[in-house]
Design a protein around this ligand. Sequence first.
Ligand code: BGC
Length: 505
Amino acid sequence: MTIDMSMPGSSGLLTAVGKRDMKFFSNQYVLVLTGCAGIGGFLFGYDTGVISGALLYIRDEFPAVKDNYFLQETIVSMAIVGAIIGAAGGGWINDAYGRKKSTLLADLLFALGSLVMCAAGGPYILILGRLLVGLGVGIASVTAPVYIAEAAPSEIRGGLVATNVLMITGGQFFSYLINLGFTEVPGTWRWMLGVAAVPAVVQFVLMLYLPESPRWLYWRDEKAKAIAVLEKIYDSDRLVEEVELLASSSMHEFQSDNTASYLDVFKLKELRLAFFAGAGLQAFQQFTGINTVMYYSPTIVQMAGFTSNKLALLLSLIVAAMNAAGTIVGIYLIDRCGRRRLALTSLCGVVVSLVILAMSFILQSSSNLCMDGMNGSCQGALGYFAVAGLALYIAFFSPGMGPVPWAVNSEIYPEAYRGMCGGMSATVNWISNLVVAQTFLSIVGLVGTGMTFLIIAGIAVLAFIFVAVYVPETKGLSFEEVEQLWKKKAGGSHDNCQSLLGAAA
Ligand code: BGC
């Protein structure tokens, strides 16, 4: 895997790089493309968020579900199982058939799954529907970030991919709203689950008018089509530069015989390093507890002593709104501070807030701390302390560890492996998600809530070290520069690397 310096433009890889100063809102075409691709992120958020509310009504309608925790858990987690399979297969589909066809396939699965659930006459059909939307979620979770990143100018790439994460967090928020909105409507859960077919159909139609990713087209030797897409994004000077960069990329090495294989990820050092960084980020995103908060915030609020169901639901809506608002801050910061600084700052705040959360639960359960007679007010104060810890957690997680793993994974792999490696690391994300969701309450039962949050805080410390040591800065770098960065890390000698690393810092 060495760059052939005789490739057109490769000699001038860095000298060709002119001013990269596109602003987030300056190119409408890229924004429209991001918005359309982001509908996949919206459905990811909606379909994973909606089930907590819908389940309450499904239980009422099917007595078999009401008394059977296993069936309830299966209805909830089947979408995650689908997402694991969808992300793993979706990576390959992305490379073999392109980003556009992958998105269309995800939409068909989303729409079909939503309709199956809406019409389900029993729990097993519901589970089938959850599996289908899960497959869609998995494929979309790989495809949308890659499709957006490949069309994005490098200086705003992080913010554009983070916009897809805003669609995820927005989709979660919207699902909680829908859950509240449909409580009085006949057929409650059928509507909650069925409406997701609408954005899927909308995205399917919009995608028919959008182009295939220019980088994928170029890699598949459809250069004229690729350049036609790039012309809509860049002015003529920048266009020449971008095409030169594309031509210089090592994507040519895989063009003729399509040799990319899953085994290469373990055989080629630069790929292995990139995958380690990307998959590690995805695992840590989940193991630092975001979904314990997203799925269990009402439970956590109740554990903190607020027993009203309504208040708990309202608070979870506020948590979801804060998460979406925090993602907007992430969009603003990711191309300014860089991925590393954002993730590291986010993790520092996550550790502090988890310790606050943990301490308030630990103190609450140690009876000798509150003096007799003051017990009620003391407990109340600790409850508020816990909720403040929760709010602080979201405020720090959402701009950093929410978007950074998705952004980094969309930009660190070479073209021939972008779908494959992105899919594998998204699979790591979904497996970790499942593990955390399935074990959180049992661990709480085993060691107590406070201790559980302390364990998660410990994991966040490990995540900090991991990011500091293994995740390079990719802010503003072109895909070609990122490739060289890995080659340099893998020990290759490349003329341009010093300046690249300088540019990355
Ligand atoms: C994560 C999801 C999570 C969501 C909420 C995403 O980046 O991948 O698992 O539910 O953020 O913040």
